[in-house]
Design a protein around this ligand. Structure first.
Ligand code: PGA
Length: 254
């Protein structure tokens, strides 16, 4: 396997553990991550906990991600956080275009593309999220929808030598306890890899395609065994170091 496709397990804490409780959670992640080899582990706490988590994971193999960024480096944008700020807080990564942001904060494909460019321009590795709704899946539109989402930022990632991550997260699987079966996930992951390869074979080789949506300790191994699943973006289960660690250990078997 291409070394840039080392399995990546990223924990999206969403709007949980924004204060003091972030520190013991981060410590729990460090404790299991130290014992792993050949798996990259990243956590994405709320902005308000980034500094504390950065201090806690310092010197450990755990990476730090923001959950979002504003596409401008600075300016009169009250309430927003830029890529350079995330970088200064110790982040190496940033989640972009999560479906909750697309749904609740009107993030469109062009906004997502701008954010991917801003992340790369700030020296952050974006984890760009794509995925269809239940109505789109039931309407047989999954591949059309996901392709349009990927195409929106394809030129941006093709112009960069950075190995970005794309997270395929079916919206109907997020926080619902429903996951795509391994075959359903692999179908979309393989399609994404093909679209990347059509643009540039090297882009397809270096891009990690993560699965997300109700990944748990008991379903992770089957999903991670799929040839085009290079890791997982984990929400709920990342809030417990026991289950997050079990998912990361499942990735070691890849
Ligand atoms: P979940 O969230 O694991 O709680 O479904 C995944 C995500 O939203 O990234």
């Amino acid at each position: 396997m291409n070394p840039s496709r080392t399995p990546l397990i990223a924990g999206n804490w969403k709007m949980f553990h924004g204060g003091e409780s972030s520190v013991p959670l981060a410590a729990g992640v460090v404790a299991f991550a130290k014992e792993l080899s050949n798996v990259d582990v990243v956590v994405a706490p709320p902005f308000t906990a980034l500094a504390a988590v950065s201090a806690e994971i310092d010197g450990s193999p755990v990476g730090l991600a923001g959950q979002n960024l504003y596409p401008k480096p600075e300016g009169a944008f009250t309430g927003e956080i830029s890529g350079p700020f995330l970088k200064q807080c110790g982040c190496g990564w940033v989640i972009v275009g999560h479906s909750e942001r697309r749904q609740h904060f009107n993030e469109t494909d062009p906004i997502v593309a701008d954010k991917v460019a801003a992340a790369l321009g700030s020296g952050l590795v974006p984890i760009v999220c794509v995925g269809e709704t239940l109505a789109q899946r039931e309407g047989g539109e999954t591949l059309r929808v996901v392709k349009a989402q990927v195409e929106a930022f394809l030129d941006v990632i093709a112009q960069s030598a950075v190995a970005v991550a794309i997270a395929y997260e079916p919206v109907w699987a997020i926080g619902t306890g429903k996951t795509a079966g391994p075959a359903e996930a692999e179908e979309v992951h393989a399609a994404i890899r093909t679209w990347l390869a059509n643009k540039d074979p090297k882009l397809a080789e270096r891009t990690r395609i993560l699965y997300g949506g109700s990944v748990k300790a008991d379903n992770a191994a089957a999903l991670l065994a799929c040839p085009n699943v290079d890791g997982a973006l984990v929400g709920g289960a990342s809030l417990d170091p026991g289950s997050f660690g079990a998912i990361a250990r499942a990735a070691q078997a890849k």
